[in-house]
Design a protein around this ligand. Structure first.
Ligand code: ADP
Ligand code: MG
Ligand code: ZN
Length: 624
């Protein structure tokens, strides 16, 4: 078909939209009889009010009475949320319009029109498909993605998270057969909040709930509602719930709800009007749907602490389910799920891999298997080997190896001794973790790293923490011993050591001088959080000194250890210079002074640069 008719169609549709937009803007302005505020209140009390329309920030209240007549009244101040909620509680249907903002709208409409025309032209010319569709004019439409077919994933595809699944079974039952629950008069939670760090499978789990119940899954992200133009977010929320009502029974999933659900009124200035309105609309919608609507709203966040308390009240997100990073068994199960359909060599031991990846969440593990498959495919192999998986684990943790980075011989030597220092400390200190791998192949931002053989452990003893600090400081200590000079490569090590020392004193009550007192309150346990200081200047000074002393002690201790084991240090470092990487077994042999098998041929492949590497908090000790 020729192009011209499409642009014509777009123009017509654009004009139609304009007309529609103006009519929308006019709805509230429609004339109707003005009554006293007192009369309105009386009508309200008597249950005569059916529907009310207010405009945010406006004192005018319009509405419809039970007998179908319309009215307008004016309040002294714009009705606040509490008031609106009270009306809703009385069974009045409350609609909140975005504020008028004459000027804003004045310049907005032409812009909107032009934007829409261009959008429509583009849309139709690209798709070559006529007829208005959901996505053609979507400014105030929610960006919700609607899966009208139930998702294919079910609880079978979610590994671990047993408690969470158990809790969600009730919701699944309800969605499968809402009438049974309604007949019993049971109140089913409308909102479920999934709380947990990124990548643990919150979205995955929500999908699985829809998949289990075989209902549509309607998803939107909190950031979809955050817009520059006041009112747009609220309109999108309204649209989202309109969509949901059409597809009930269904699940509405709002990802990253903290983007809209932040505590109201905490910002400075008037900058968050838009977000407040969006949040208010969300609250109104959640309160608004009737008892026999089978919609369950699920939301995900990793910052439950910053959510507006109103969101967590009964009838809203009153059910919270925490999802944590998986433990070793969970990791193994997740690996098994994602290894389905991937050809694994006989030597692959997923249980062992799970042991070696503490701190990895579901998303990391999925990524790991994918990276391993890519590695195997690139080398034209038929099966994924354990070596691929190990390499993939390193990549996921530290980024790809930088084979192209050529270090000067001196840099390589320093790195080798530095990493050997970490490794020796991890090996010889009684409460340290042991060595999983040590390498001087640069990766990500690190010139080399020593990966401890760490197990999941929820309790850290004081002795283990002290050894941990000593291990972190050992790289620098080795440099000092061997080169009688130090380099900048230990920055990250110091940060780790200092953080541990400080927390031992201020949070974990592990310093005799300070006793079991919490000197800092962690407000936010996710994302590392920030501390609120609760002590005097003088105590602050004493803490600083104690941290310094503690670190100095550990530094001296580990330096003495390395001096004592100087021979072993040399041996490990020299072997590293020769082979670049030592596995746990190889390291053990070198420490014992046993010979190693001939090094396998140097790996020839060169790797393309990849995405920004990330470093796991509990991960390897990098640096050079
Ligand atoms: P979140 O929403 O918590 O950030 P996602 O649900 O997006 O995490 O998880 C990312 C991916 O990781 C999912 O697509 C899924 O394949 C995988 N995943 C995460 N947790 C699990 C799990 N428990 N079982 C199986 N796969 C998981
Ligand atoms: Mg997610
Ligand atoms: Zn280091």
């Amino acid at each position: 078909m020729p192009r011209a008719p499409f642009s014509l169609l777009a123009l017509v549709l654009g004009l139609a939209f304009l007309a529609w937009a103006f009519s929308l803007a006019g709805t509230v302005g429609a004339p109707s009889g003005t009554v006293n505020y007192t009369t309105f209140l009386e009508d309200l009390k008597a249950g005569r009010v059916k529907e009310v329309v207010v405009r945010a920030g406006d004192t005018r209240i319009q509405g419809v009475l039970e007998d179908g007549s319309t009215f307008t009244t004016y309040a002294a101040s714009p009705p606040d949320n509490e008031t609106l909620e009270a009306w809703t509680a009385r069974g009045v249907s409350v609609r909140v319009e975005p504020p008028q903002g004459q000027n804003a709208l004045g310049f907005l409409w032409p812009l909107l029109l032009v934007g829409l025309l261009i959008g429509a032209l583009y849309y139709f010319s690209r798709n070559g498909r006529a007829g208005p569709s959901d996505s053609a004019f979507s400014f105030t439409k929610s960006r919700a993605r609607v899966l009208t077919e139930a998702p294919k994933v079910t609880f079978k595809d979610v590994a671990g998270a047993e408690e969470a699944k158990e809790e969600l079974k009730e919701i699944v039952e309800f969605l499968k057969n809402p009438s049974r629950f309604h007949e019993m008069g049971a109140r089913i939670p409308k909102g479920v909040l999934l709380v947990g760090p990124p990548g643990v499978g919150k979205t995955h789990l929500a999908r699985a709930v829809a998949g289990e119940a075989r209902v549509p899954f309607i998803t939107a992200s909190g950031s979809d509602f955050v817009e520059m133009f006041v009112g747009v977010g609220a309109a999108r929320v309204r649209d989202l719930f309109e969509t949901a009502k059409r597809h009930a029974p269904c699940i509405v999933f709002i990802d990253e709800i903290d983007a809209v659900g932040r505590r109201r009124g905490s910002g400075v200035g008037g900058g968050n009007d838009e977000r407040e309105q969006t949040l208010n609309q969300l609250l109104v919608e959640m309160d608004g749907f009737e008892k026999d609507t089978a919609i369950v709203v699920m939301a995900a966040t990793n910052r439950p602490d910053i959510l507006d308390p109103a969101l967590l009240r009964p009838g809203r997100f009153d059910r919270q389910i925490a999802i944590d990073a998986p433990d070793v068994k969970g990791r193994e199960q997740i690996l098994r799920i994602h290894a389905r359909g991937k050809p694994l060599a006989e030597d692959v031991d997923l249980a062992l891999l799970a042991k070696r990846t503490p701190g990895f969440v579901g998303a990391d593990l999925e990524n790991l298997l994918n990276e391993a498959a890519l590695l195997a495919a690139r080398e034209g192999r038929r099966k994924i080997t354990m070596k691929d998986l190990e390499e993939a684990a390193d990549r996921v943790m530290m980024g790809p190896a930088k084979k192209s980075l050529v270090l000067s011989p001196r840099d390589r030597r320093i790195t080798a001794y530095h990493e050997a220092g970490h490794a020796l400390a991890a090996h010889f200190l009684e409460h340290a973790d042991g060595v999983h791998k040590v390498t001087i192949v640069p990766r990500g931002r690190a010139l080399g790293f020593m990966m401890p053989r760490r197990e999941d452990m929820l309790h850290w003893s004081r002795k283990r923490l002290l050894d941990q600090i000593a291990v972190a400081l050992a790289g620098r200590a080795a440099e000092e011993i061997v080169f009688d000079d130090v380099t900048t490569g230990a920055e990250n090590d110091f940060r780790q050591a200092t953080e541990l020392a400080r927390r031992m004193i201020t949070e974990w009550g592990m310093h005799p001088e300070f006793g079991p007192v919490a000197y800092a309150v962690r407000e936010d346990t996710y994302l590392g959080g920030y501390d609120v200081r609760q002590y005097s200047e003088e105590t602050a000074k004493r803490i600083d000194e104690a941290v310094r002393r503690l670190i100095e002690e550990q530094y001296q201790r580990v330096k003495a250890l390395l001096l004592e084991k100087r021979e072993v240090l040399e041996r490990v470092a020299e072997t590293l210079l020769e082979r670049e990487t030592l596995t746990a077994e190889e390291f053990q042999r070198v420490v014992e002074g046993l010979p190693l098998e001939a090094p396998e041929e140097a790996r020839e492949e060169r790797e393309p640069p990849r995405v920004v590497p990330k470093v796991k908090p509990g991960g390897a000790l990098g640096g050079a």
